[in-house]
Design a protein. Structure first.
Length: 276
């Protein structure tokens, strides 16, 4: 068939113009909405990134939240475009909601860990390098990730704790205050002179180079136990020196008490024999 054989009389040009006018305007409107919407999304994300950077958000959290925010805004823009083109969006939104619910149920534990990671990164109960105790574990924080936090244990073990449990439990941060108190209990014989014993113990603390002056170390009678007089020996030190002070002071106390002739009693057991 060639152009000469087309019956132009039977072609309704009015309907064609109506079609072009109606849908052409919708397409042009959709294109404009896409261009303007993309520009707005770009600037919103840019401003959000600046706010996060000023608030010292973790880099991994920034990237994750920006990606999540970006996809949410783009989905909203696409739904708006479909509505502009005359496509029913009610069922489309219902499908997205149902899919989101299904994914949320399937990833319930992971989402809890993600939420915990977000809370940790926002409120910052600890940072990388801090010594913390949580979920029955003690270690130095090595990595703070979206779903888990990794610690290096005292015996150089890698400890991985889910952020959901971590954020919902008790956290003891030994590094935040900068200093720690070392708690030692030293028992001596009842025959020992209390004043002399306190002087010997205090001399050990004050002579140690890593025991700090403020707060000042203390030595006090803690209790009159079954076979010994127990002293509460409390030196303070910088957080990173805790174990050095703990071990060295324990050893130096034993040596100093021996040198002063102050006995550290052995545990006593009383055996009762009933005569037949």
């Amino acid at each position: 068939m060639n152009l000469a054989e087309i019956d132009f009389q039977s072609f309704d040009s009015g309907k064609l113009m109506d079609f072009i006018t109606e849908y052409g305007l919708k397409v042009i409107g959709a294109i404009l909405i896409w261009i303007i919407g993309s520009w707005i999304i770009k600037n919103i994300l840019k401003a959000t990134k600046k706010i996060m950077s000023k608030s010292n958000y973790e880099e991994s959290l920034q990237k994750f939240l920006l990606n999540l925010f970006s996809w949410g805004l783009k989905i909203l823009l696409i739904i708006t475009l479909l509505g502009t083109l005359g496509v029913p969006t009610t069922s489309f939104a219902a499908i997205i909601a149902a899919a989101g619910l299904a994914v949320g149920m399937a990833l319930q534990g992971s989402l809890g860990n993600f939420a915990g990671g977000v809370l940790i990164m926002i409120f910052k109960p600890f940072k990388i390098g801090d010594l913390i105790e949580a979920q029955g574990e003690i270690g130095v924080v090595k990595h703070i990730e979206i779903f888990t936090t990794k610690l290096t244990g005292l015996s150089n073990r890698e400890i991985i704790i889910p952020n959901g449990a971590l954020s919902n439990g008790n956290i003891i941060n030994y590094t935040t205050e900068g200093t720690r108190r070392v708690d030692l209990v030293i028992g001596v014989s009842y025959d020992a002179d209390i004043k002399q014993t306190k002087e010997v113990l205090m001399n050990v603390l004050t002579s140690h180079p890593k025991v700090i002056d403020t707060p000042a170390p203390t030595v006090n009678v803690l209790e009159l136990a079954d076979s010994s007089v127990n002293f509460a020996v409390r030196p303070w030190c910088n957080a990173e020196d805790y174990w050095t002070v703990y071990f060295e002071c324990t050893e130096n106390i034993k040596l100093a008490l021996d040198a002063a002739g102050i006995e550290i009693p052995y545990p006593h057991q009383v055996e009762i024999q009933k005569k037949g």
